[in-house]
Design a binder for this molecule. Structure first.
Ligand SMILES: Cc1cc2nc3c(=O)[nH]c(=O)nc-3n(C[C@H](O)[C@H](O)[C@H](O)COP(=O)(O)OP(=O)(O)OC[C@H]3O[C@@H](n4cnc5c(N)ncnc54)[C@H](O)[C@@H]3O)c2cc1C
Length: 382
């Protein structure tokens, strides 16, 4: 039997997130994007309402909810503003490797901090010369007594300018290839940690994206995640199985907002003596948007349900992330088309949504990388 209904608690959570997105996020979206302003206060309010850190286990003070619960909230946040959705989700990606691979002490300290206060943690994997090809990273951590000496530069790090601590992937043994990678928790206040300027991105400007530089940073051995060298690649990649459903939900939320604006405009605007949506070409465009949103949400819920039930979801997460991100780009572009010349103006929200959509096809594994994952899974059993 297949069950599509949400529980009463999930409906309430979704309603709370929707009201928050409607009343707090959406009214500020244009301002944050225009001024490139990080939504500090709104994130603090979301934290106070219990809408962040949802999948941090209850024993570390978190909400102890599932990924499906979390994606319900993410869809609403990104419906309000995709930039807010990304900014508020930085912790969701970063806590993944700590939850799955961290020691009890690491979980208690670093997950606990995020629960107690509305702090940000950032995930540092990408480098200037290594994005899709993660194994090409150059950052190294060399053991020196009870410390590691960390050197390297990370690039495009979400939330970096606000972060209390970073998840950092580095080589401890380059000769061992990806099995020589280890991961660390590095506090932003430590000597040798510095930040680049906030990037001027095409969209989602509420989010703070920067380079992070590590110069002879002394990282205590206790901050080697899981206490073992060589587990970094696994830690970093496993996090994506938890986080890609979330990015997919962000894409569905952004798509839904664009569709709703387009539908409303098509009801208000008349051409050739008819409402826009009475022209079949426009009605079909709106119908295709809706089908893609419905299909994307089902893929997103399915992969989330798999994680929550302990089923390996690497392939289903890639399907969901790839489909929803590409659909979001198509839907937001079509929404601009429905608005005609007005859609091209920043006076109307669809231009901002179209700019916001692009990065969903790039970060957390580009649409090409998702296809590579699907291809690998597809061919595995041949
Ligand atoms: C706003 C923003 C926020 C980000 N946040 C974070 C973060 O918090 N933490 C973090 O670690 N990283 C982050 N990233 C980095 C992001 O994950 C990378 O940009 C992404 O993985 C792509 O890497 P790249 O930019 O180096 O592109 P490249 O890897 O150089 O790829 C360039 C293009 O070629 C394609 N391509 C590459 N290899 C292949 C192949 N084998 N076959 C087919 N096509 C291929 C890619 O899909 C892409 O279209 C962020 C990026 C942005 C823009």
């Amino acid at each position: 039997m297949v069950e599509f209904a949400l529980s009463e608690e999930q409906e309430m959570l979704r309603e709370l997130a929707h009201e928050f997105a409607r009343d707090i996020v959406r009214p500020n979206a244009e301002h944050w994007d225009d001024k490139s302003e990080f939504p500090t206060e709104a994130i603090a309010e979301a934290h106070a309402l219990g809408l962040t850190n949802l999948h941090i286990p209850a024993e570390y003070g978190g909400m102890g909810m599932g990924i499906l619960d979390e994606v319900l909230v993410s869809e609403e946040f990104s419906w309000g503003d995709p930039g807010f959705g990304t900014a508020a989700y930085s912790n969701g990606l970063t806590v993944g490797p700590v939850i799955t691979g961290g020691t009890e002490e690491q979980k208690a300290e670093y997950l606990g901090r995020l629960v107690k206060e509305p702090l940000i943690a950032s995930y540092c994997v990408t480098e200037p010369g290594a994005g899709s090809d993660v194994a090409s990273i150059q950052t190294t951590a060399v053991r020196d007594g009870d410390h590691y000496i960390l050197n390297g530069q990370k690039m495009w790090i979400t939330g970096a300018g606000q972060a209390d601590w970073f998840f950092v992937l580095a080589y401890t043994d380059k000769s061992a290839g990806y099995k020589g990678m280890s991961s660390f928790i590095v506090e932003s206040s430590w000597d040798g940690v510095s930040l680049g300027k906030k990037e001027t991105n095409m969209g989602q400007r509420a989010s703070d994206t920067r380079a992070v530089i590590f110069e002879d940073v002394h990282v205590p051995v206790e901050n080697l995640i899981g206490g073992v060298e060589g587990a970094g690649w696994f830690n970093a990649m496993k996090a994506f199985d938890l986080s890609r459903p979330n990015v997919a939900a962000q894409a569905v939320g952004c798509s839904r907002a664009a569709y709703e604006y387009a539908l409303q405009y098509a009801d208000e605007r008349q051409t050739f003596g008819k409402k826009l949506h009475e022209h079949q070409a426009i009605q079909f465009m709106l119908a295709d948007m809706k089908t893609k949103i419905e299909a994307g949400r089902l893929l997103t819920w399915r992969t989330s349900w798999e994680v929550d039930n302990g089923i390996r979801n690497t392939e289903s997460a890639a399907h969901a992330k790839r489909f929803t991100a590409d659909s979001c780009m198509e839907i937001t572009t079509d929404a601009v088309q429905v608005f005609g010349g007005y859609g091209y103006s920043e006076e109307y929200p669809v231009a901002r949504l179209m700019r916001a959509a692009k990065v969903l096809q790039i970060y957390e594994g580009s649409s090409q990388v998702q296809r590579m994952i699907i291809g690998r899974e597809m061919l595995r059993d041949l």
